[in-house]
Design a binder for this molecule. Sequence first.
Ligand SMILES: *[C@@H]1O[C@H](CO)[C@@H](O)[C@H](O)[C@H]1NC(C)=O
Ligand SMILES: *[C@@H]1O[C@H](CO)[C@@H](O)[C@H](O)[C@H]1NC(C)=O
Ligand SMILES: *[C@@H]1O[C@H](CO)[C@@H](O)[C@H](O)[C@H]1NC(C)=O
Length: 234
Amino acid sequence: MKLILFILLIISIKSIIGQDLYVNFVPFLTEKCNEQPFGIGFSILSGICINNLGSYLQNDEVTPSSWYFKITEYEQTTIITGYNYPEIDCSGFPEVSRFVYGVECVNSPVIVPINATFSGGYKYSSYYTHVTLSKVPMFSDDSVVRGVYSNDESSTDGSVDSCTFDNFIYGTVITKNFQISYQFPFDYSETYSCSSNGTSLLKTCVGNEKCYQKNISMQCNSDESDGHTQIFCS
Ligand SMILES: *[C@@H]1O[C@H](CO)[C@@H](O)[C@H](O)[C@H]1NC(C)=O
Ligand SMILES: *[C@@H]1O[C@H](CO)[C@@H](O)[C@H](O)[C@H]1NC(C)=O
Ligand SMILES: *[C@@H]1O[C@H](CO)[C@@H](O)[C@H](O)[C@H]1NC(C)=O
């Protein structure tokens, strides 16, 4: 059922160019991109300047960079161009990455330069990504999603319930049981998972021993400086 919905959403890209489109980066461990997604993915609204994309994964270490994704049509080919600017407001001279829509599997672009190793000792460059476009944000199943939503002007009281697909800006999508190991500033690791009842869990281990797991599910919350956020299991 999900697959059918997915196909319906992505057909006829030509007819939806000009609308709000999400660029989805779905991570895989092999160059076929045909097994279960595994790793860190993103679903990002095109056509607007996105900042803070990685702060969540870097323990809020400030990296003043920003992304802008643009979708264009060139000789029957849909091109997704990502501009990575050095400044937070999408200014300065960007690094440019291009993806041809429909190409099955590419080496993972470094959307967020995380200084860590991943499950099995892999680095970012060992991963593959399937890049897709959709009208609504897409997340791999059984993943912990941190969604960032624009502040809804119609609800100035910051009330809950303003985290919907209509104001979704971007999401970081971490697949179940994926581990991120940091050596810096000290040796620790984080493993994300979803319980069978849909609670988002994060297990943190210091060194290899002291581990604790906590519930990181978060309902729509407007306290964050970059808009409303929400953490949930897909
Ligand atoms: C990245 O981590 C290594 C240790 O694995 C550390 O030596 C280095 O300083 C870190 N680099 C940055 C930019 O934080
Ligand atoms: C969800 O499952 C966990 C165990 O995996 C349990 O501790 C918790 O009470 C359950 N929560 C709800 C809301 O059912
Ligand atoms: C996890 O936290 C969320 C948000 O605080 C809460 O709604 C939910 O009931 C919690 N789940 C469990 C299993 O404690």
